[in-house]
Design a protein around this ligand. Structure first.
Ligand code: MTE
Ligand code: MO
Length: 362
């Protein structure tokens, strides 16, 4: 097991395995999240990998199975893009307030971050291997073993082949211009733009093309979405919906709940993002709990798979005030009003309208 670097600017949510999120002020301070403030989501210990002997296996329904060294991977054309990683468990703490979700990390709003990634498109590697007929999914396996759920299985997951061969999927060896840090997947990780973070497998050891989705625990059991009435006891795991594209979401980073604000003008700032090929089109903010809405300015926008930053100025009357934000995307997706509509026993994909309670004046 590898010790963690000192001096990270993250809030630890769980010691072992190490899980930490970005505080709201740092989340909104720069459009590209600095690596030392970037959230870390681990299901086991960070594996120590020798880059000299490291090999990536490309297997399954391919014409030429490959075992690529890091040098060979870096010898393929290099692609760089910005992409936001978004954990499906982000904002779980709000679901936990409604009804307990035992044994899960109580993420607030910082299990999300935007980075510049450098690496090789998965499509280019699959081009070298040659895709056989019948391949429908690309399954990824990491070098770390699950500690959190107690299965001891290697971490893994899969994405449909159409996504795997798109412009959105990188095998990254660089993050924010430097080599990938150990906790972010050194020496090689997947970055699946527009999909929940769980599919961006770190410490990647194998890409296997196959007819069906991965049967890894983290694809077949965890990271599945169930309706609010299903419980851990009643769940039929074959019926859950595998999480894929990131749901539309919008978060208020400032002000924070509990603050007292000057009355003349309340500045509200946050991030918004959506999944697949969709784009966030509009963010609206309310200072009266959702009675009346003001359109926010979209202040910074990146590529298709990144978040955007927004801000608005509100002039609420004195006293207690509930600020609410909501976004709409190019697919016509909107956000549910309350967590009652999205609560699920594993606590995934909370995209209810985000609310903060503040006091104005006095
Ligand atoms: N890959 C491996 N091998 N093991 C993991 O525990 N966690 C996943 C994903 N890839 C994980 C993994 C989850 S749930 C998320 S949200 C992202 O990595 C987080 O990436 P980060 O820690 O670099 O922010
Ligand atoms: Mo995640």
């Amino acid at each position: 097991m590898r010790p963690f670097r000192e001096g990270r600017n993250t809030t630890v949510r769980k010691d072992h395995p190490h899980n930490a999120e970005t505080p709201p002020d740092l989340l909104r301070a720069s459009f590209v999240t600095p690596t030392d403030a970037f959230y870390v989501r681990n299901h086991g210990d960070v594996p120590e990998v020798d880059p000299g002997t490291y090999r990536l296996k490309v297997s399954g329904l391919v014409q030429r199975p490959l075992e690529l060294s890091l040098g060979e991977i870096k010898g393929l054309p290099k692609t760089e893009f910005a992409s936001t990683l978004y954990c499906a468990g982000n904002r779980r703490s709000e679901l936990m307030e409604k009804s307990p979700i035992p044994g899960k990390v109580a993420w607030e709003t910082g299990a999300a971050g935007n980075a510049r990634w450098g690496g090789t498109l998965l499509r280019d590697v699959l081009g070298e291997a040659g895709i056989k007929g019948g391949a429908r999914h690309a399954a990824f396996t990491g070098l770390d073993r699950d500690v959190e759920a107690g299965t001891g299985e290697l971490f893994g997951g899969s994405i449909p082949l159409g996504k795997a061969t798109s412009d959105d999927v990188l095998l990254a060896y660089e993050m924010n211009g430097g080599p990938l840090a150990p906790e972010h997947g050194f020496p090689l990780r997947v970055v699946v733009g527009g999909y929940v973070g769980a599919r961006s497998v770190k410490w990647l050891s194998e890409v296997r093309l196959q007819a069906g989705p991965s049967d890894n625990y983290y694809q077949a059991v965890e990271y599945k979405l169930f309706p609010p009435h299903v419980t851990a006891e009643t769940a039929d795991y074959s019926e859950g919906e595998m999480l894929g594209e990131t749901p539309l979401n919008c978060v208020i980073c400032a002000p924070q709940s509990g603050e007292t604000l000057a009355q003349d003008a309340v500045g509200v700032r946050g991030y918004a993002l959506t999944g697949g090929d969709r784009r966030v089109e509009r963010v609206e903010v309310s200072a009266d709990g959702g009675e009346t809405w003001t359109e926010a300015a979209l202040t910074e926008e990146g590529g298709p798979a990144t978040w955007l930053f927004w801000e608005a100025t509100l002039k609420p009357g004195p006293g207690p005030c509930e600020i609410v934000a909501r976004a709409t995307d190019s697919g016509g997706e909107t956000q549910p009003e309350t967590v009652d509509e999205v609560w699920n026993f594993q606590g995934y994909a909370n995209n209810a309208r985000h609310k903060v309670s503040v006091r104005v004046g006095g």
